[in-house]
Design a protein around this ligand. Structure first.
Ligand code: NAP
Length: 692
């Protein structure tokens, strides 16, 4: 039997006392002893703050994304070791796939988001600047920077790998060190995974620490820069969130708790429709994957009262095909619960549900296992006698258990779904788009995610029970009121948003992005002749001019086929309250602007891949003369790609210096051959001739 160690302050440390014994879910043999006796929790917090945090914060988003990618790939390469151990948790290969490869997938997804959606710096600009002075000399911008504390992450037993990695990824990307506390029953699998991460040497010292066993007392060392993320039961969440230190020091606390998720069979999904069958398949899948030990599993199947017999029959038939047995056997479709203790808890929850329900199915054949030794339980389908019974909507049996509940009309379905008092997810299954939309909007406030299923998405749906790294995972009320993942939203929980006020030059220096009114550098020649490495934010050109003629407008209309009246019909255009006469096409203005600022010869600018935020501020009339201000606004290095992305602030003005169009031009700009492709520091006043 293993004695699990904790990884703190850069070393593996064994507990000084006996631990809780965890057992194999199938054989009941001891697997590991788990204890944190003798582990210095205060030192772990200090190590995270003093060593891990500063190193992570010294890295850019892209560098941290690269760490996540490296770990994700490393774990994928070593996954078979983890698959082997995972069987002891009762998981089949398919269950373990969700945990192991799903977990590595979260790392890779965050790595890719970090590279694609974040700057190669460590300050995140949140939205557009706010102009606070009429003359533009005083601005404000919201910036997000990493919090200078530690993320203490407490996980549930059911996904010992995924559960840890989905919390770790956003914290690492944000630049915040993590202390993980796995749930005792499956801590041996988390420990094995952390050993692989440590062995990979990819993460800097202090970025990830592991405490196997109790973390009692750790909250006393936390403060306002720290973050606690908890996954587990609603009862434990209630105890932890009211810890005096967390309350008095405003420690951020995020809870993902249990929930009584519903699936609603729409009125239009009558027997014989594809959606009726999809509903049956989804409910059975959610009851049996991970033996129903999923926070997102369907606990309440809400069906029209008129169809409840048909649904009960269809589910009972489908459940006879579930093969319950040894998770190591490939033929097994449902393995064991994590422990006999957990099995007994589920049995207890089913007993409490029995007073308000009838049993539809609660027996099965157990293949090649002894259900008295292993933590096996038959899939259990109940049927509510009273649709409003409190236990049906409040008792979570965290196993292969689901209750059928009849509803009378859409309003009743919505009301019953809301009796769960806040859930992680609900499914709406119907072929009727309008019914789907109405139900979705009416239940949305009670859910973190709504999964709508019909025949058109049958083959492509990611399923009711799968939280995705790109989507919000969390729910209101009983589900904990928290939010995880959701792409970069999850990372933002680890950052502090600060409104910074100052001059355009100060805000440019703070954010690394050229701000309106900041110094422009116009003495470097044409900026399209500069390589990425040599281009400084604020480098600008004021182009020559071009007068727009009626011929230009008519030629553009004929060449493109855009004969909109405002460009071509003198009388109609004159009658328009917006134009008052013929005007140039907005796209003609953009094209003429490009003609003014583009440098024609081959050079560092490789391609223009789009424009952002384009607005036509004023009409351009025949006879107007256009000039363009083009200013390097934002640089994003694509490490190893040989180029970076440069966004240019483009402002097209007329002869009266009135803005007629404003937009960002997006380009790919080559690195200087042989250059160290590190991004330039923010510009200083002394670099070149500046004008504001
Ligand atoms: P749990 O008993 O609430 O335990 C969750 C975690 O909290 C474990 O790591 C546990 O450690 C720890 N813990 C318990 N008391 C603590 C305390 N006083 N201080 C610090 N940590 C403490 O839940 P579980 O049995 O592991 O998991 C099953 C529950 O989790 C189900 O209700 C399920 O719905 C929910 N869940 C929710 C989600 C979600 O994302 N919303 C995901 C998965 C599971 P020990 O194991 O050492 O006691």
């Amino acid at each position: 039997m293993l004695t699990l160690e904790s990884h703190v302050c850069g070393t593996w440390q064994a507990p000084t006392g006996d631990g809780v014994i965890t057992r194999h879910a199938v054989t009941g043999e001891p697997v590991a002893a788990v204890s944190s006796a003798g582990i210095d929790l205060e030192a772990a917090v200090a190590h995270a703050r003093d060593v891990g945090g500063p190193t992570l914060r010294s890295m850019t988003f892209h560098e941290r994304a690269a760490l996540l990618k490296g770990i994700g790939l490393y774990l994928m390469a070593e996954k078979e070791l983890l698959y082997e151990l995972s069987t002891a948790t009762g998981a089949t290969r398919a269950d373990s796939w969700i945990d192991l490869e799903g977990g590595a997938g979260v790392l890779l997804s965050y790595a890719s988001k970090g590279r694609r959606e974040l700057p190669d710096g460590n300050v995140l600009l949140d939205g557009e600047p706010e102009v606070l002075a009429r003359d533009g000399s005083f601005l404000a911008a919201h910036v997000a920077t990493p919090r200078q504390g530690v993320a203490v992450q407490i996980n549930a037993f059911n996904f010992p790998v995924w559960g840890m990695l989905e919390k770790l990824a956003p914290a690492v990307l944000a630049g915040v060190p993590t202390i993980v506390k796995p749930a005792t029953p499956t801590a041996f699998l988390t420990e094995a995974m952390v050993r692989l991460v440590v062995e990979s040497s990819l993460l800097p010292d202090g970025a990830l620490q592991l405490i196997c066993g109790s973390v009692d007392g750790i909250f006393d060392h936390l403060g306002g820069q720290d973050h606690v993320a908890f996954t587990g039961s609603a009862d434990t969440a209630t105890v932890l969130r009211s810890h005096p230190t967390l309350v008095s020091r405003s420690v951020r606390f995020n809870a993902e708790a249990d929930s009584l998720n519903a699936a609603i069979l729409g009125m239009a999904a009558t027997p014989g429709t594809a959606e009726f069958d999809l509903f049956t398949t989804e409910v059975v899948r959610e009851m049996t994957v991970k033996a129903g030990q999923k926070c997102t599993a369907i606990r309440r199947a809400l069906v029209p009262t008129a169809e409840i017999d048909a649904v009960a029959d269809a589910l009972a038939t489908a459940l006879t095909n579930v093969r319950v047995g040894d998770p190591a056997d490939e033929a097994t479709t449902m393995g064991a619960l994590v422990s006999t203790t957990q099995r007994d808890e589920v049995r207890g929850a089913v007993m409490s549900l029995r007073s308000a329900t009838n049993v539809v199915v609660d027996a099965c054949t157990f293949h090649d296992v002894d259900p008295d030794v292993g933590a096996f339980l038959a899939p259990t389908l109940l049927r509510a006698i009273d649709a409003d019974a409190r236990s049906v909507h409040a008792t979570e049996a965290f196993g292969p258990v689901c209750t059928l509940v009849g509803y009378d009309g859409p309003e009743d379905a919505v009301r019953l779904a809301a009796l769960g008092a806040g859930s992680l997810v609900a499914s709406v299954v119907t072929p009727d788009v309008n019914e789907a939309a109405a139900l979705t909007l009416d239940i949305a406030a009670h859910h973190g995610r709504v999964h709508v299923l019909n025949a058109s998405t049958a083959a492509t749906s990611t399923g009711h029970g799968s939280p995705l790294p790109t989507l919000v995972h969390g729910g209101p009320g009983r589900a904990g009121g928290g939010e995880e993942m959701g792409g970069l939203r999850g990372m933002r929980h680890h950052m502090q948003t600060t409104a910074v006020q100052g001059s355009p030059d100060v805000l440019t220096a703070v954010t690394g992005q050229w701000m309106p009114g900041a110094t422009r550098y116009i003495d470097r020649g044409h900026p399209f002749k500069l390589h990425f490495d040599d281009l400084q934010v604020g480098t600008a050109i004021r182009t020559g001019s071009r007068t727009v003629t009626l011929d230009d407008i008519e030629n553009f209309a004929h060449n493109t086929g855009d004969h909109f009246y405002a460009h071509m019909d003198e009388a109609a255009a004159a009658a328009s309250p917006i134009f008052g006469g013929r005007v140039a096409h907005g796209y003609l203005v953009l094209s003429l602007a490009a003609g003014l600022f583009v440098w024609p010869d081959p050079g560092p600018v490789l391609a223009n891949y789009g424009v952002d935020r384009c607005r036509f501020a004023k009409p351009t009339y025949p006879g107007d003369t256009l000039t363009v201000w083009l200013t390097a606004k934002r640089k994003t290095l694509r490490t190893g790609a040989g180029y970076g992305e440069v966004a240019w602030d483009a402002q097209v003005v007329n002869q009266d210096d009135e803005m007629v169009a404003a937009y960002d031009v997006l380009t790919m700009v080559a690195n200087r051959p042989g250059a160290n492709s590190a991004p330039d520091p923010a510009p200083g006043k002394d670099q070149g001739q500046g004008i504001t």
